[in-house]
Each structure stands twice: as structure tokens, then as C-alpha cells.
Design a protein around this ligand. Structure first.
Ligand code: GLU
Length: 438
């Protein structure tokens, strides 16, 4: 794996850049500086890296093993929190990087969590529904001793859904019941508060499914103000990725009056400078199988999408999309990162030199985990909030986080990513120092 495509190396390079910005703040005494360096060093390795081979029976009767991970990065600010990804390209390095970014992300909006991430190396499209259920249950059964409302709270990520969370809740509850039946005290007794991103019918929260995309549009609205363009139809967006995040981002962008000029999925995309209707694209994709075959715009590749003459480029799929090869070709004024880790540190420098504004992942896509936090609070209280309450609370935290980033960026003349990451890492380091265990 080349340096640029190893997401964990990228997360560590980012942390070094942030540490250089923060160091002067801890320099009042040699003792304080030493503690700061120790905290940064600790943040370079997840607290715990769990991995296993999950063996499940396929419909054919044969057994197959799948490699599975959970990285628990840091819990200084609260229980570990983060999604579970089902994807053939999942690696240990990716899960470690994603868990690190979760630690920063939770600190950005100030929700009381640390960071974690899980993953299984699998192409879920090749499994039947029953095989998918068996694999999801096997994962939850394996992870059960390590999770709980006050320990680690998993959620959906790429290719995982509310239904998968529902199976996992059930499996986790089975493991808890088994402990009780053996006369052991079950450590945790609230299975619903152990997973977020659940279906509405099983303890899910109003607004959670669309939250990441919708909250990304809250940041797009703020960005438009900063670009001095409040006439949304004059702002065009190209969105790479049409999963949960990409679709809901497209949907809410169009609803807020922005022009959705291009969308794509893993097979390719479409470009329509006059603007696409995301609902129509989704309906057509359901029949044709891919965005590129919907006939709703000029067919383009994912590489072509990155270089389109749009106002805002929105990577909403996987890591390492904006690299030293693709960054020089970008024609957008700004990049709004709805994916986790789409830009390599080297590409970041190119974007900075080219004066392309970056709204970084841990801010732009923080709406998902923030709404997960609201779901968890509701589950702990056994009280469901109406959607308006969820969305208005989400908007307050997103707008506040954006304003904080912009203020630090302008007063300290830092790129958006560094301004956001520095705020987040400082909150985590301060929590570690307050604990006094360094
Ligand atoms: N997987 C989402 C993320 O990357 C959500 C995590 C969560 O809700 O815990 O932020």
C-alpha cells in the first residue's frame, strides 16, 4: 500500500500537523508540554484493536469465514462511538483511521463520545438476506462483551442499515440474557441504547436516516454565505457517491434550491448542468441498477465528476479520492467532504495552494453521529422526540461548529481542516489532561 493510500498513515500525518498548531498553547511549562506530547503519542494508537474471523453458514450449506474488526480509539470524552462498515476493501488500517476520525468528529460538535469504528471484509451485495443476517448477528455476538451504552455504541456506516442494527440489537440482547441466566450480572441492560441508526420501529430516532446528508446541507448553506452567494440556484454541486449520505445530501441540496449538477455511484455518474432531480435519479437507479444507466444526464466517469466546472465538489463515498493526481484537476471553488477521509494530506496542500476551500469531513458529515447521540439520549430516557425537535437541535450544533471553524480559520489564518481538527484534538487532549492519568 503506497503511503498516500494508507488511511491510517494519513490520519497520523494530519495529527502531526494539528500537534504543531496546538503545541504553543501547552508551552507555559515543561511539565505541561511533556503531558501534551504524551497525549498526542497516545492518540496515535487506538486504545483497543479487536479482530476476528467470523464463520457463518451460507445458504448452500457451506461455511465461510469473514475478517472482522472493531477499533476503539479514545474514550476520554465519553463512550466509544462509531459505525460498522461492510465492504470488500475494509482493512485494519482503514478501521483504525476511521476510529481516529470519529474521536475528532464527536469532539467537533461537542457530543460526549470518543471514537470507534468497525468493519467486515465482505461485499454484502453478494450475500442473500439470510446470509447478511447471519453475518450481522455473528458480528454482534462476537462484539457483545466490548459494547454497551456506556462503553461503545456502534451504528451504521457504508453498506450497513437500520435492519442490520435491529439484528445486532437482538443478538446483543440475547448475549445479555444468557449472562443473566448463568447468574452473572449483565453489565449493561439497555440494548436499544447500545446501537444507534436503528429503524424507527425499534428505538430509532426521527430524522436519523437522512441526518448526515441534511446536516451536510446546513454546512453548504453556511459555505454559500461565506462565498457571498446566497442565491442558491447559482451554486452547483457535484456529488460523488449515491448511498445513504450522497442521496440525502443531493435531496436536501435540491430542496434548499442548490443545483445538483452531477451525481455518481461506484459504476459511474451523470452530469446535467441544468440540474438533476435526486428523487427521480433514485427511482430510475432502482430499475436500471446504476446512476450511469438512468439516462438522466450525460454519462461521466467518477474521475470526470471530480474535474467538473461546478461550485462545490462533494465526495460522499470512500477515502483517498482527492489525491496528488486528482487535486490539480479540480475546478470547483470548494470541497465539502461528506465521506470520511476523501482527501490525502498531500492533496490537501495542493487544494490550499490553489485556494480551494475545504469543509472537512469531521465537520461536514458530523450530523450523522450527532443525531445518533440524540437517538441514544432518547433511548436512555425511554422518550421519543418529534422530528422537528431532533432537526432543530441538530441545526444548532452544526451551525455552531461551522461558525467556530470559520472564526479560527479567519483569525488564525488556518485552512478549514486544520482549524476544525485543532479545535477537536484540543478538546480531546484537554479531557485526557483533566482525567489526570497522563
Ligand atoms: N458512520 C457514521 C460516521 O462515520 C455515523 C457514526 C455513528 O452514528 O456513530 O460518522
Amino acid at each position: 500500500m503506497s503511503h498516500q493510500s494508507d488511511p491510517y498513515q494519513n490520519a497520523l500525518v494530519q495529527l502531526d500537523h494539528v500537534a504543531a498548531v496546538l503545541r504553543p498553547l501547552y508551552a507555559e511549562s515543561a511539565g505541561q508540554l511533556k503531558k501534551f506530547e504524551t497525549a498526542i503519542k497516545r492518540l496515535k494508537t487506538p486504545d483497543r484493536m479487536l479482530k476476528t474471523q467470523l464463520k457463518i453458514q451460507l445458504d448452500s450449506g457451506k461455511f465461510r469465514k469473514f475478517l472482522a474488526f472493531r477499533a476503539q480509539h479514545n474514550a476520554a470524552r465519553g463512550p466509544y462511538k462509531g459505525g460498522i462498515r461492510f465492504h470488500p476493501n475494509v482493512t485494519e488500517a482503514e478501521v483504525k483511521a476511521l476510529s481516529t476520525w470519529m474521536t475528532w468528529k464527536c469532539a467537533v460538535t461537542g457530543i460526549p463520545y470518543g471514537g470507534a469504528k468497525g468493519g467486515i471484509v465482505v461485499d454484502p451485495k453478494l450475500l442473500s438476506l439470510t446470509e447478511l443476517e447471519r453475518l450481522s448477528r455473528a458480528y454482534a455476538a462476537w462484539l457483545a462483551p466490548w459494547i454497551g451504552p456506556w462503553v461503545d455504541v456502534p451504528a451504521p456506516d457504508v453498506n450497513t442499515t437500520g435492519q442490520i442494527m435491529a439484528w445486532m440489537v437482538d443478538e446483543y440482547q440475547k448475549a445479555q440474557r444468557a449472562k443473566l441466566e448463568q447468574g452473572q450480572t449483565a453489565f449493561e441492560v439497555n440494548p436499544l441504547a447500545t446501537f444507534t441508526g436503528k429503524p424507527l420501529g425499534l428505538g430509532g430516532s426521527e430524522g436519523r436516516e437522512e441526518a448526515t446528508g441534511l446536516a451536510g446541507v446546513f454546512t453548504l448553506i453556511k459555505l454559500a454565505e461565506k462565498l457571498s452567494q446566497t442565491d442558491h440556484k447559482k451554486i452547483s454541486v457535484a456529488i460523488q457517491g449515491f448511498g445513504n449520505v450522497g442521496y440525502w445530501f443531493a435531496y436536501h441540496s435540491a430542496k434548499a434550491g442548490f443545483k445538483v449538477a452531477a451525481v455518481s455511484d461506484s459504476k459511474g455518474g451523470i452530469y446535467e448542468p441544468k440540474g438533476l432531480d435526486p428523487e427521480q435519479v433514485l427511482a430510475a437507479k432502482k430499475t436500471t441498477g446504476s446512476v450511469g444507466q438512468t439516462g438522466l444526464g450525460k454519462v461521466i466517469t467518477n474521475a470526470e465528476l471530480l474535474a467538473l466546472p461546478v461550485t462545490v465538489l462533494v465526495p460522499a463515498a470512500l477515502e483517498n479520492v482527492i489525491t496528488t493526481e486528482t487535486a490539480p484537476l479540480i475546478r470547483a471553488k470548494a470541497v465539502l467532504e461528506m465521506a470520511n477521509g476523501p482527501t490525502t494530506p498531500e492533496a490537501d496542500e495542493i487544494l490550499a495552494t490553489r485556494k480551494i476551500e475545504v469543509i472537512p469531513d469531521v465537520l461536514a458529515n458530523a450530523g450523522g453521529v450527532t443525531t445518533s447521540y440524540f437517538e441514544w439520549v432518547q433511548n436512555l430516557q425511554g422518550y421519543a422526540w418529534p422530528k422537528t425537535e431532533v432537526i432543530s437541535k441538530l441545526k444548532v450544533l452544526m451551525d455552531q461548529s461551522f461558525d467556530q471553524m470559520w472564526q479560527i480559520k479567519t483569525t488564525q489564518k488556518l485552512p478549514g481542516r486544520l482549524a476544525t481538527y485543532a479545535t477537536a484534538v484540543k478538546r480531546v487532549v484537554d479531557a485526557m489532561l483533566l482525567r489526570g492519568n497522563i
